[in-house]
Each structure stands twice: as C-alpha cells, then as structure tokens.
Design a protein around this ligand. Sequence first.
Ligand SMILES: Nc1ncnc2c1ncn2[C@@H]1O[C@H](COP(=O)(O)OP(=O)(O)OP(=O)(O)O)[C@@H](O)[C@H]1O
Ligand SMILES: [Mg+2]
Length: 493
Amino acid sequence: MPDPLLIAKSKQELNLLPEMANRHGLVAGATGTGKTVTLQVMAENFSRIGVPVFAADVKGDLSGISQPGKDNPKLAERVKKLQLADFSFEGNPAACWDVFGEEGHPVRATVSEMGPLLFSRLLNLNDTQSGVLTLVFKIADDNGLLLLDLKDLQAMLQNVGDNAKQFQTQYGNISAASIGAIQRGLLTLQQQGGDKFLGEPALNLDDLMQTDSNGHGVVNLLAAGKLMSSPKLYATFLLWLLSELFEKLPEVGDPEKPKLVFFFDEAHLLFSDLPKVLEEKVEQVIRLIRSKGVGVYFVTQNPIDIPEVILGQLGNRVQHALRAFTPADQKGVRAAAQTFRANPAVDVEKTITELAVGEALVSFLDEKGTPTPVERALICPPHSQIGPIKPDQRRQVISSSLVAGVYEKTVDRESAYERLKGRAAQQPAPAQPAPAQTSSWFPNLGIPSSGGRRGDSLAEAAMKSAARAMGSSVGRQIIRGVLGSLLGGGSRR
Ligand SMILES: Nc1ncnc2c1ncn2[C@@H]1O[C@H](COP(=O)(O)OP(=O)(O)OP(=O)(O)O)[C@@H](O)[C@H]1O
Ligand SMILES: [Mg+2]
C-alpha cells in the first residue's frame, strides 16, 4: 500500500490517503490564495507514487511541475516552519497537450465521439436544432458514413439539408432553419479554431495513463490559456474526456491508489448554464467513475460554483481564503463553511476570511472514508518549480515525451466528406428526383434503401434518447445516450 500523501501540516500532518483519492476532491479559494500550488503539491505527490495525472493548465503556471524547484527565502521559511526534514527539489515527468496543437501535442476527438449532445451544447443549439443534429448523426450512422472531422459534419448537414424532403418520410421533418443554425454554429466553431481538435488521430486514453522509467506517473498538462477564450469549448472538451474515461476504463472497485487523477480547473465553467439533464449525467459520471479508479478534483473560487449533488461527492477538501466584502461574498463564505465537518476548535466561517496565501482549511477522508474534522493548516511547498516554464523548456518537454510524434500529423481517411463529394462528382443531380419510397438517399454508395421500414420520426428519436437517458441500467449506454455518440455509436473509430 503506498504511503499517505503529505499535503499540509497543522499541529499534525494532514495526509491524503491514496486509497481514498478516488473519492474526489475540491480545491477552492479566491484569486491568488494558493489553489494552483495546492494542485501542484497534490499532483506531484500522485506522480511520485506512480499515479498519472491530467490537469488543465489555465494560466500556464502549472507547467513548472516539470522542473525542479529553486530555493528562495519564502520557501525556505515554509520548509522550516513545517519542519520538513530532507526537503529536496525535484521535477516530475510531464506531457504537454494542446487542443490547438501549439503548446503541446495536439489532442483530438472525432465528431462521432463527441456526439450530438455535446455538440449541441458547444454550439448553443435549442431543443429543435439539437433534435435535427441528432437526426443528422443517425442518418450518417444508418448509412455507414463516418463523421470524423468538421468537414464531414458540414458535408453531412449540407446533404441532409439538400435532401430534407426525401429524408422526411423516414426521419420526420428537418427544417432548413435548424440546418442553417447548426451550419452557422459550426462556422463559428471553425473560426475559433475548434476544428483543430476534431479529427484523427484521436486521443488514445492509454496515452494519458503512462508512468516513466522511475515508476512515476506522468503529469499531463492541457495548455488551456487559449482554450479559455472559448469557455464552452473548454468545458465541453473536458466533459468529453471525462465521459470517454468513464466509458473506456474497466471497473476496478476500490484500488489502493487511483489509476488516474483528473484536475478540473476553473470548474465553474463546466456548470454555468449546464442543462439539467447534462448536470445529472455529470453527477452520475462523477459518482460512478470512482469505481474505475479515477479521482476527480475540482478547482474553483467558491464551492457554491459546484452543484450541491456533485459537491456532496467531493470527499477531500482544501479551502483557501475567501473574501467577504459584499453580502453575496458573505453568503458564499457561509455556504463554504457549511460544507465541512465541524471542529469545535475551528471557527470555520471566521477563519476562511483570515487565511494567508498557501494556508487553508483542510479535511481529507480517513481510512474509513469519513471526512476528518476540518483543520487550519499550511500547505506544503512543492518540490517542483512554482510558476511557468520557458518556451525552450516546453519544447524540450514536448520533444522528450513518450508520445512525441504520435499525434503531430493529422490523418484524413475516407469519411463522410469524401464519400459525399465523390458521389456528387460521379453523378450530376438527376433531372427528376426518384420517388422517395424506392430510392436511397445515397444511391451511389451502395446503401440499400430502408425498404419501407418506418424509421424514427424526430419525436420518436427524441423519446428514445430520453428513454435511454433515463433507463435504469447504469452503464455505457446511459453515458453514450447523453454524452457520447447518442445513437448506437456505430461510427466510432
Ligand atoms: N503551498 C505553497 N508553498 C509556497 N508558496 C506558495 C504556496 N501556495 C501559494 N504560494 C505562493 O503564492 C502564489 C500564488 O499562489 P497560486 O498561484 O497557487 O494562487 P491561485 O489561487 O492559483 O491564484 P489564481 O486564482 O490567480 O490562479 C504562488 O505563486 C506562490 O508564490
Ligand atoms: Mg491559479
């Protein structure tokens, strides 16, 4: 069993227990109070016991985790105060990832892996538009057309729009306005560079779960600086990653240490205007992913940024200082205070506003899974560098990574775009459209007509997906239904 992880010290050591680390956690506090350094201290501890980590690096300052730290008077003072014997400086194995492929290895998902619901959220679609997008995925699925990158989806939309009348018999009404809205949304996404992360080679989750030759877990850093300028893209991407982990990882029960720890910085972005149905699914994923050995740690300013049902599942807590200037602030402080197991020796509400930088109220789960009474404590200093690395150091990290060269070049294999384009080139539009009942919509693709089978109308499709989402069997299809490729998932890689 790996040793407890020393994260903070009050009169006693405050340890995060590896076997309880999959019971999730929260790091909260106002700007500049020490959240990122706390995350860094947790992450390097996980790495040391061989647990890989995935963390969004919002300001770039977490990248210092890849380099040994440097002595400075403030740090020395903290080391002395905490009586940390044999404190040494050490960097950690790291991999840099970047949705835009600039600050790290490109990280990609295919359109069908994202699925219609995450796309709907990404594009801000209303229910009707979202229903149409769902049908477009289904039509692609039914016709064996792969949706890998943005141009596949665009070609598919175009095709469905152009042939809406014919599709109507089998799939129900497809309004031109909805198609138009989705197309405009995709254009905006493309302008934001969102198309960069749609396509192949798509991320292989195993690549996030590596250890180095010392048996230390690799710290995967998602360069999120640019990504944060499209908060929806950021939140949707991390949600996708979480759902992929959930879908792909096997059950492991309660392992002696996590398989992976996932840090979700700026977590309020995930939950701001998240539709209720998606929030419920996130709650479910968080609850169930634990038994797959994944610990999820949210990092945010105030605990009330996180829905209560999810907050209730975050067992390991570090609360840095909060301000209490306005009545709204004070309400937040009170709410934050109430989330801790009381300790008669600590006036939580008062203390929260007094905490110094790098100081926090801490409560971790004990070996029985019960939260320990809250303690006021100093967070240990990290062994790695505080603050960002330089561009040449980043280049060095990227080129020496285990996955160097694997994702750098895009692959554009034959998919919906090529096949639809091929069809258009081969056959100019017929002068007279064939009768709907006897023709297939993809006559040149050798796709058999549905032979009169009455397909799903829009309403039916929506009902089915809702039924799927509410189904009692908890597992793949629930998440697929809501987060993953909604309909069948037949067109995954
Ligand atoms: N545990 C610690 N040990 C040593 N120094 C620390 C510690 N925690 C915080 N500091 C110091 O305080 C500074 C600010 O901390 P940090 O960047 O973690 O704050 P933050 O809450 O993440 O801020 P922001 O909300 O702006 O991202 C650090 O750069 C570091 O100098
Ligand atoms: Mg920070």
